[in-house]
Design a protein around this ligand. Structure first.
Ligand code: ZN
Length: 287
């Protein structure tokens, strides 16, 4: 297992962590100031400064990407299926332009929440079938761009509105069905916030193996959690044994960035430099 205590060369910042404190150019500037080598930007943040400028600013700062957030929201009614497909193809094009190693997929929950305006449904089984069909379709386009897709299983609390893929096993089952030869086109993004509670986690990480482990996200689970979406904890402030999960992932050969992704009303109120300093300190001491 890698020793993170001496430096933060394997720290990547998911830019949602400081989304309220500045635009993407400000965040990239701050990362350069703090010696952070990689980020995972969100599509809306890229769009806000323009894709061309984002590419230029990234290159100028010498930053790498650990992923691109995000594709997915595949579930919709029939009228919005084309919109979902085109939107995901644009995500692939943007990821390619930015030099991302993969696109994170938040697959969508029930159609009315995933693609607002869609006819309401309570059929989660159908949503799951639709997700798998759409990933298969997107893979065709992504393969031409050599862009791997990383399915991020989300905590079951998000099954209705964000993702009906809720466990590592479920995500890996999809990978095995759509990419049985393990070509590298499809894998998983494991975020400790979503998976830490799962009794099957360790055997599923072993099942994933190096070629399916495309991204690793860290934050912490606070007790009590006051807002399931925007009350994530800073690493070390909650109950997740982050280091043991990282150990399991690295035992499979994962050697990529440990990406910090904290959506938190509390941390969004603090100055960007303070947040980044704390991230670096906790990356060394608890991740
Ligand atoms: Zn994540």
């Amino acid at each position: 297992m890698r020793d993170f205590s001496g430096d933060h060369r394997w720290l990547s910042l998911n830019t949602a962590t400081v989304r309220k404190q500045g635009d993407l150019a400000d965040i990239i500037d701050a990362c350069a100031r703090h010696g952070i080598r990689a980020i995972d930007p969100w599509r809306d943040q890229v769009a806000a400064i323009g894709l061309d400028r984002a590419v230029w600013v990234l290159r100028d700062a010498g930053l790498e990407l650990s992923g691109y957030c995000r594709g997915g929201m595949f579930t919709s009614d029939i009228a919005r299926r084309q919109e979902a497909r085109d939107d995901n193809r644009r995500a692939v094009d943007e990821a390619k332009a930015l030099g991302a190693p993969c696109i994170l997929l938040v697959v969508g929950g029930l159609p009315q929440y995933s693609r607002p305006g869609s006819a309401a449904s309570k059929n989660i089984a159908q949503a799951r079938t639709q997700v798998e069909d759409a990933i298969a379709e997107m893979m065709g386009y992504a393969k031409q761009a050599n862009m791997p897709l990383a399915i991020e299983p989300l905590h079951p609390a998000y099954a209705a509105d964000r993702a009906c893929v809720n466990t590592t096993k479920q995500a890996l089952d999809i990978c095995d069905r759509l990419d049985p030869k393990r070509t590298g086109a499809l894998g998983v993004a494991l975020d400790v916030y979503h998976i830490w509670w799962d009794p099957e986690l360790l055997p599923q990480i072993a099942r994933a193996g190096k070629d399916r482990l495309l991204a690793f996200h860290v934050c912490d689970w606070l007790v009590p959690t006051t807002d399931i979406l925007n009350d994530r904890g800073m690493m070390g402030d909650g109950v997740i044994d982050i280091r043991s999960v990282r150990g399991a992932v690295e035992a499979q050969g994962f050697a990529g960035y440990s990406e910090i992704e904290i959506f938190s009303n509390g941390w969004w109120e603090k100055p960007m430099d303070e947040v980044l300093r704390t991230c670096i300190e906790r990356h060394r001491s608890v991740v």
